[in-house]
Write a protein that binds this ligand. Sequence first.
Ligand SMILES: *Cc1c(COP(=O)(O)O)cnc(C)c1O
Length: 337
Amino acid sequence: MSQFIDLRSDTVTRPTPGMREAMARAEVGDDVFGDDPSVNRLQEQLAAQLGFEAGLLFPSGTQCNLAALMAHCQRGDEFLVGQDAHTYVHEGGGAAVLGSIQPQPLEHEPDGTLSLARIEAAIKPREDYYARTRLLALENTIGGKVLPRGYAKEATALAHRHGLATHLDGARLFNAAVKQQLDARELVAGFDSVSVCLSKGLGAPIGSVLVGSTELVREAKRWRKVLGGGMRQAGIVAAAGLYALEHHVARLADDHRNALALAEGLRGIPGLTVQLPETNIVWVEVARPLASRLVPALAEKGVLATGTSKVRFVTHLDVNAADITATLAAVRAIADS
Ligand SMILES: *Cc1c(COP(=O)(O)O)cnc(C)c1O
């Protein structure tokens, strides 16, 4: 095991002994034939939990979002998406590259939302010289922020009034649900499809699940195969996801508490401007000259983070309160030197 305190991302978690045991015991079959009982259970369970007809397991969140976009949009269509959204910024331009779908990025409000006025103004008239605006894609949490209560219902209703479909990148959906103490189902009401990551804070090694209507999921399944995401005895992966959904959701509150403790501690250190986190991601603006040396100096002290003038610390399953205390001591020592 690594001795590092790894705050680069919540993807760095390793499966716990209980999760590994569940994986070892998983019943499996060939999922391309639809024969894997563990995969089927995961897909059905998460779909039912979130109020959708069907679910589909993917090897990654990027592929899950891309297959969803390709299921919703045809060649020459466009999707409205936040300027900072993962599907726009961090997925290699896949929608455009592989789906022939044009993104129409929109600026975010400070709370992470896209204003309804901005969304409405971006929907293009049906004229031959425009791409066809087909889909609104939102993200929750976004940069660690939870979309305000009620916002998603209004935004999806607006999209539907204009004949658009709606997709939620819910990679960290359960962080939002735990933070707001709401049933995750509440947060996804109004969306036509939702992707959820099992390999972020939930702690599974691999996997994202798309939920939606039977028809949409059937279409996404075809694209998953085309994209190379048809897996065989994937029940080993699904078992980790099922274990995570049972054991690792409520504990996300620990990650939020640790993130808050980290942010509060960092606030007292000169040269740092710290936003109080809503969930498990702490953003810190670092003044020069500290900016250029903070992250490398932390690494020398066994603490990993990312960024330079804007540094990101992410808490997760493999980080505890003592690690937060040690991280604060390391940052203080570097700031003082
Ligand atoms: C991590 C993440 C994804 C998926 O990423 P993969 O690394 O491909 O699993 C999608 N959306 C958001 C918001 C994410 O944070």
